[in-house]
Design a protein around this ligand. Structure first.
Ligand SMILES: Cc1cc2nc3c(=O)[nH]c(=O)nc-3n(C[C@H](O)[C@H](O)[C@H](O)COP(=O)(O)O)c2cc1C
Length: 189
């Protein structure tokens, strides 16, 4: 699979299998994440792979009902970072979240290549996740990445989630967000 295919294929899918993910695949996700670029090579990201018990159950307990679909995943990765561990520029540019995003994105695309679902979520109780995984208080838990093989039982999804499963949610028109030469100037003209 080339990168363009991985980008096209990736979806935030919710119908998961509980089949475990092999060690080699998990190591490959680690490698993809750690090779990401970061400001001054600061590598602010910390990834906690919740695969064993009681860690996984405790993370599942931190999910709200809207993310109930994620409770079937055999692997949930918590991504945490601290502002002070990465570049902070005087005009307000703090790079720790940005660099974590780059790293997570690489992990997700590698997961796609391995035919895995890797679905980032923001819906969880961050304090409960910290408690579950021993993440120190001064870290921000930026996302959980819900990882699984594809499944075939959609009974944990809401009706709305079932509807959005087969089709990628629409993106904004290109010219709303992408400009040529000057802010607001349509990119595609
Ligand atoms: C930072 C972030 C937080 C998200 N939080 C949730 C979430 O809590 N629950 C959920 O079901 N999906 C969540 N998603 C998935 C998005 O809803 C999904 O990526 C978006 O609708 C676009 O769909 P696509 O990824 O299939 O193209 C999140 C995605 C991101 C990047």
């Amino acid at each position: 699979m080339d990168v363009a295919d991985a980008i096209r294929t990736r979806r935030a899918l919710r119908v998961l299998s509980d089949r475990s993910i092999g060690k080699e695949a998990v190591s490959s996700l680690v490698e993809a994440a750690r090779l990401a670029p970061s400001c001054f090579n600061n590598q602010p990201w910390r990834f906690v792979f919740a695969q064993g018990e009681p860690a996984l159950s405790a993370v599942r307990d931190a999910l709200p009902s809207g993310n109930n679909w994620a409770t079937r995943a055999p692997l949930i990765i918590a991504v945490a970072a601290r502002r002070d561990d990465d570049c902070k520029l005087s005009d307000g540019r703090d790079y720790f979240l940005f660099d974590c995003g780059l790293s997570v994105s690489q992990l997700i695309l590698r997961a796609v290549e391995l035919n895995l679902i890797a679905h980032p979520i923001a819906g969880y109780d961050p304090e409960a996740v910290k408690e579950a995984l021993g993440i120190p208080e001064d870290y921000v838990v930026i996302t959980l990445i819900v990882c699984a093989h594809r499944g075939d039982d959609d009974s944990l999804l809401s009706e709305k989630q079932k509807e959005s499963e087969p089709e990628r949610p629409e993106r904004d028109p290109i010219d709303d967000d992408f400009f040529l030469d000057s802010w607001g100037n349509p990119f595609t003209e």
